[in-house]
Design a protein around this ligand. Structure first.
Ligand code: THU
Length: 125
């Protein structure tokens, strides 16, 4: 079911700009309107300005007017089970609900997490 979403995340990872870490990441968001948006990480010589793949993909969805994430796939060719970093978990949390699927790849399988597992007792206003 989520194979297509993961394929798009994998494809996006090939366009990552990662001269400093050499750690490409791709993400693909599925919104409540069944639209998909991809993103890759892009780094900066001022390291703290690096943008993660997840936030890049979510930014594209937001810029297109989408507000609810049904699912997000995350992939790095460098790491199985490449789950979102802490900052991205908080950003995902802003636009997801408890049913949102956060999908990673482990070998040939997909594993689905919920935000309640990845960011328990999360902050929101
Ligand atoms: N990175 C992501 O794009 N998403 C994550 O959730 C983990 C980290 C990127 C940031 C940086 O370009 C590289 O991976 C190494 O941290």
């Amino acid at each position: 079911m989520y194979e297509d979403l993961m394929k798009k995340a994998i494809d996006a990872s090939t366009r990552a700009y990662v001269p400093y870490s050499n750690f490409p990441v791709g993400a693909c968001v599925l919104t409540e309107n069944d639209k998909t948006y991809t993103g890759c990480n892009f780094e900066n010589s001022s390291f703290g300005l690096t943008i993660c793949a997840e936030r890049n993909a979510i930014g594209s969805a937001i810029a297109d007017g989408e507000r609810k994430i049904k699912a997000i796939a995350v992939y790095s060719p460098k790491q199985d089970n490449c789950t979102p970093c802490g900052a991205c978990r908080q950003v995902i949390s802003e636009f997801c609900d408890d049913n949102t699927d956060i999908i990673v790849k482990i070998n040939d399988d997909l594993k689905i997490y919920k935000i309640t597992e990845l960011l328990p007792e999360r902050f929101s206003l």
